[in-house]
Design a protein around this ligand. Structure first.
Ligand code: BEZ
Ligand code: FE
Length: 279
């Protein structure tokens, strides 16, 4: 009764039962939240505005409009968590943010197939090998990929009957993966909701540099979630979600053939074993 200040904080922390980990998470969360409110001398007006912001973040969210994921991304929480959870050897491909546009059950394709399915954009041949940290090929690895089209939209942001620029395939005996898609372009993260308001209030931009998403799995190896970014993109240093790593930047090379333009990018994806990823 009559709890205030540190006594109130202690009482909330002590109120939690449950598993040891649950209590660790909740007591730290409560202590940091209370410390934040004390540090900034939070007013009731600001508190109600924050509650309204979170309420609207929930209200706009659907299966394909993941506003809370966006919020975590623009606050850098996703990338912080990626860093904490990915302690692997330097030879392994670095991980980056998952983002809100992955969809389970993408079409299965064969090596060399075109996954653009009519999406607007310049043709781009994406290839490489899936390797272990010794440089040996991993046959039969599952490579899932997704990316935006030339207009900067993922298929799930459009009203379509079939997926575009989204597929999964299995590496061949030499670890090769290969598919045609469109050349990715820089695009704004959805900014017509609460997260867009937050960015504008902070005079921040919504742009992400051009990239292709990959999620790669193989038995005995740690799952890799990453992107390949386009070298030279003007937003590499100002990614709205802080996801760029130098080692993930690759050249998208322009080619002309029979008066037609296409691009190629070649990038090897190196997996750490589950043991290597735990060290
Ligand atoms: C994406 O790359 O798909 C993405 C990542 C974070 C926020 C929005 C989009
Ligand atoms: Fe993306």
């Amino acid at each position: 009764m009559d709890l205030q200040g540190d006594e109130l904080t202690d009482a909330v922390v002590d109120s939690f039962g449950g598993s040891r980990r649950y209590r660790e998470l909740m007591s730290s969360l409560v202590r940091h939240l209370h410390a934040f409110a004390r540090e900034v001398d939070l007013t009731e007006d600001e508190y109600f505005k924050a509650i309204d912001f979170l309420t609207r973040t929930g209200q706009i969210s659907t299966g394909t409009r993941q506003e809370f994921v966006l919020l975590a991304d623009v606050l850098g929480l996703s990338m912080l968590t990626v860093g904490l959870g990915n302690k692997k050897p330097p030879e392994a491909t670095q991980s980056t943010v998952f983002g809100p546009f992955f969809v389970e059950g993408s079409p299965e394709v064969q090596l060399g197939d075109d996954i653009s399915n009519g999406a607007p954009g310049q043709p781009c041949l994406v290839s490489g090998r899936v390797l272990n940290t010794k440089g040996e090929p991993i046959a039969g690895a599952l490579v899932e990929t997704w990316q935006a089209d030339e207009d900067g939209f993922y298929d799930v942001q459009k009203d379509l009957d079939a997926p575009q620029n989204r597929a999964h395939l299995t590496t061949d005996a030499d670890g090769n993966y290969r598919f045609w898609a469109v050349k990715p372009v820089a695009y704004p993260i959805p900014d017509d909701g609460p997260v867009g308001e937050l960015l504008r209030a902070g005079e921040r931009g919504p742009m992400r540099p051009a990239h292709i998403h990959f999620m790669v799995t193989a038995p005995g190896y740690a799952r890799l979630i990453t992107h390949v970014f386009a070298n030279g993109d003007e937003y590499l240093d100002t990614d709205a979600v802080f996801g760029v790593k130098q080692s993930l930047i690759a050249d998208f090379t322009e080619h002309q053939e029979d008066g037609k333009t296409f691009y190629t990018v070649d990038y090897d994806l190196v997996l750490a074993t589950t043991e290597e990823a735990q060290q």
